[in-house]
Design a protein around this ligand. Structure first.
Ligand code: AMP
Length: 359
């Protein structure tokens, strides 16, 4: 399939329809592209800013073929799409990143095997396929840890913390009884993420490395600069570059890390897409992560990722978004609301970025 840059006026297809798709669509429109979205809901955030939306299940191959007929290239903003669906699209149009990337990133065990094969440190872990195997897996990682389903987990969902004295078999049942892994606790001082992009011709651009604070397994805040030693960011870039090259990746990808002075960087997971910890790039960088992804998918050269401002991004989770009027009145608070109808607890409703001149 041609790797030639697609000209303005071409149509980008986005599979997945949440806030990431919404911000991708806005960035694509700014470069002169048309956008069509595909996903199961009738009126999702991304569809509000797209030219057309096809509401169909991700598994609907007939609908996917029709969608492919209306777009010039496609991408996804959600990693739990069946690789088979991406492969169906790939028969007709370039899909970047491709289905093979999903196969690695959808399964926490495969992902850890892949990262380890590249010499990238990961948390101690052991697979659990049935309740009877949970106790031994917990012992293997040191007696305390987090049980995570291998597939379909996000924002702390599908996870159960297991401390000394807890019944690991009950934890397995609580997580749904699906194949899982138990990870040992990584004693980290900070969490960070490396957001990077790779173009069709193999050029790579790295963003500055944010420091990320989580609450209840959900990202609360990303801070730039991170305040961590520069060698840490250099190492995060080197490891992320290895992953991009090994996957022959095209688009924006994020590698999440734990860091401690003694243990160095330990990779947590790969997000094969634009990432919540990169939302500040819209306000603080020459090229946002969203524009960068669109550029890569459409075969364009990458833009400069340079950060021009210091920044803090805070997520508006659940009822936080009720403060929209106060935030709208705060000078310098740059708020994005995703337009989700229902503010369920733990649901990301929007975010605020505050910037200041670089120190
Ligand atoms: P995850 O869904 O794997 O990204 O986990 C969500 C959050 O839970 C992470 O960002 C950490 O704050 C915490 N967490 C997950 N796994 C571990 C671990 N092995 N050790 C310590 N904290 C963890």
């Amino acid at each position: 399939m041609s790797a030639a840059p697609l000209p303005p006026g071409s149509t980008l297809g986005i599979v997945g329809v949440g806030q990431l798709g919404q911000m991708l669509a806005v960035a694509a429109a700014r470069l002169g592209f048309r956008v069509r979205t595909f996903g199961p809901d009738e009126d999702p955030p991304a569809a509000r800013v797209a030219q057309a939306h096809m509401a169909a299940p991700y598994e609907d191959e007939e609908a996917l073929r029709r969608f492919a007929g209306c777009v010039d290239a496609a991408t996804y903003e959600f990693e739990n799409i069946p690789p088979r669906s991406v492969a169906v699209l790939q028969d007709h149009v370039p899909v970047r990143p491709g289905a093979e990337v999903l196969a690695v990133c959808q399964d926490r065990l495969e992902e850890k095997r892949f990262l380890s094969s590249l010499g990238i440190p990961v948390a101690p872990h052991a697979p659990v396929d049935h309740p009877g195997g949970a106790a031994e897996a917990l012992r293997a990682v040191g007696g305390e840890g987090i049980l995570k389903t291998r597939r379909f987990g996000y924002d702390g969902k599908g996870q159960v913390r297991l401390r000394a004295g807890d019944d690991p078999a009950a934890g397995f049942a609580e997580a749904g009884g699906a194949p899982a892994i138990i990870e040992g606790f990584v004693p980290f001082e900070a969490e960070l993420s490396q957001i990077a992009a790779r173009s069709v011709d193999g050029a790579i651009a790295f963003y500055d490395t944010p420091r990320n604070d989580h609450e209840s397994g959900i990202l609360r805040r990303s801070t730039l600069p991170s305040g961590l030693p520069e060698e840490v960011s250099a190492q995060a870039r080197a490891l992320t570059g290895k992953v991009l090259e090994a996957l022959g990746y095209v688009g924006v990808m994020t590698l999440e890390f734990f860091w401690s002075r003694d243990g160095g960087l330990v990779a947590n997971e790969i997000a094969p897409r634009v990432h919540n910890s990169g939302h500040w790039t819209r306000e603080a960088c020459v090229t946002s992560q969203f524009e960068q992804h669109v550029r890569a998918v459409m075969g364009w050269p990458l833009g400069a990722p340079d950060r021009q401002l210091d920044a803090e991004m805070v997520n508006l989770i659940g009822a936080d978004a009720e403060d929209w009027l106060a935030l709208a009145s705060e000078p310098g608070a740059r708020m994005t609301l995703y337009g989700k109808a229902e503010a369920r607890p733990g649901r990301k409703m929007g975010h605020v970025v505050r910037t200041r001149p670089r120190q």
